[in-house]
Design a protein. Structure first.
Length: 242
């Protein structure tokens, strides 16, 4: 009896193992669980085809076995891609939503690169990339310091403040960074060199905006070539003669 009982238990175990194995392979290769559709959203600078190629999704692949972490990692290596969200939609769909980086300026290192609002330098500019952005100069990649990093953050703040005022007397052409002298702003039209110093940038920006608005109303806006806001309560202005 004991032998029969052992044999019966072994038969049951083998049967259950076979059922689990067959069930596993059934779900693994079941046609209705194979990915047939990939939906890609959020593309602007990149195309859905580029995302699909970089994701390297083998179709057909079982929806349950899609390596979402690996796909996420591959896509985030693409310069324009900031964030990725992947969602399995059973039984046979995969949704990929990307959030692209938005350049706010061009920073010159060994070559021009895009930089986003968070200070991430993410893409070397190609010949067909748009270049209608403020330029940030003065950073040496080989000798990049913490102080320059802080000033870079302030330069991006300054560009954002000026950009948020859609109508106003200031348009940014360039922001130059010097770890000893601070920020120097160059406006676009007219070309004015503005010494901003090392701190108090929001307050100084307010002074600059009010000064240029006042001088614009008095038809003196185009005569200014240099402004120094780095002298405490005083503001020094240089104008073209005549």
């Amino acid at each position: 009896m004991k032998v029969l009982r052992i044999l019966l238990i072994m038969v049951i175990i083998c049967g259950l193992s076979a059922c689990f194995t067959l069930g596993y392979y059934y779900f693994l290769y079941a046609p209705y669980l194979q990915i047939k559709h990939v939906k890609i959203a959020g593309c602007n600078k990149v195309t859905p085809l580029e995302i699909l190629e970089r994701a390297k999704i083998n179709i057909p692949t079982n929806t349950l076995l899609v390596p979402t972490d690996a796909i996420n990692e591959r896509l985030r290596k693409y310069p324009w891609v900031d964030k990725v969200r992947l969602k399995r939609v059973f039984p046979d769909k995969l949704e990929i939503e990307i959030c692209e980086r938005r350049p706010v300026a061009i920073v010159y290192l060994d070559a021009p690169y895009y930089i986003d609002r968070g200070g991430t330098i993410f893409k070397k500019i190609a010949h067909n990339d748009p270049t209608d952005y403020p330029i940030i100069t003065g950073i040496d990649r080989c000798r990049y310091s913490k102080d320059e990093g802080i000033l870079l953050s302030h330069a991006l703040d300054l560009i954002e403040w000026i950009g948020s005022a859609r109508e106003g007397p200031i348009q940014v052409s360039e922001v130059h960074i010097d770890k000893d002298l601070g920020l120097t702003l160059y406006t676009l039209h007219p070309r004015i060199q503005v010494e901003m110093g090392l701190d108090g940038f929001r307050e100084k920006y307010g002074h600059l905006r009010r000064l240029l608005t006042f001088m614009q109303k008095n038809s003196e806006h185009g005569n200014i070539t240099w402004i120094n806001l780095n002298c405490g309560e005083k503001i020094f202005v240089r104008k073209t003669p005549g």
